[in-house]
Design a binder for this molecule. Structure first.
Ligand code: FES
Length: 162
């Protein structure tokens, strides 16, 4: 009798374990599905597309200098840099990997680099292309225009757009 009782208990425990396993599998699968839909739907922040009025970002930038600003929206962080040869560039400061803040490091590389400290992502200062680390795409560009009274942000380009 005692042996039958133990066998029934073991059998009931196995059923519970199977149910728990299925519940975990369904929960994890559902979470992955919801996460995939959120990413595909663009729910996570990325640099803003679209248009905004031209915005003054600096009166001037000398070679080697940079300035941070937001454009086109208040959450769209960006960095403008005057490279040592005088070329003016600007990129989103939102990393294309997991949206950490990208920092300008004038002391790295031959003409400086844009570094994401979260996972050591590195972007080329002249093109915004990924040169190291996990970011999957180049940094989106912010288009600049030099006018008599300063440097203006006038538009954005999506990652990889020429
Ligand atoms: S968030 Fe920038 S490298 Fe991961």
């Amino acid at each position: 009798m005692t042996v039958d009782f133990d066998a029934d208990r073991i059998s009931a425990d196995s059923l519970t374990s199977r149910r728990d396993y299925l519940r975990i599998a369904v929960t994890v699968s559902g979470g992955l599905a919801v996460g995939s839909v959120a990413i595909a739907g663009g729910l996570f922040h990325r640099h803003g597309d679209g248009t905004a009025p031209a915005k003054l970002v600096a009166e001037r930038l000398a070679p080697g200098e940079s300035v941070t600003f937001t454009y086109p929206g208040d959450a769209d962080r960006a960095t403008a840099i005057r490279l040592r040869d005088g070329t003016l560039v600007a990129y989103s400061s939102v990393c294309t990997h997991l949206a950490c803040a990208v920092l300008w490091r004038a002391d790295r590389g031959t003409e400086g680099e844009l570094l994401c400290p979260c996972h050591e992502g590195v972007f080329d200062a002249r093109t915004g292309a990924v040169t190291a680390g996990p970011p999957p795409r180049p940094l989106p560009k912010v288009l600049l225009e030099e006018r008599a009274d300063g440097i203006y942000a006038i538009g954005t380009q999506r990652s990889g757009q020429a």
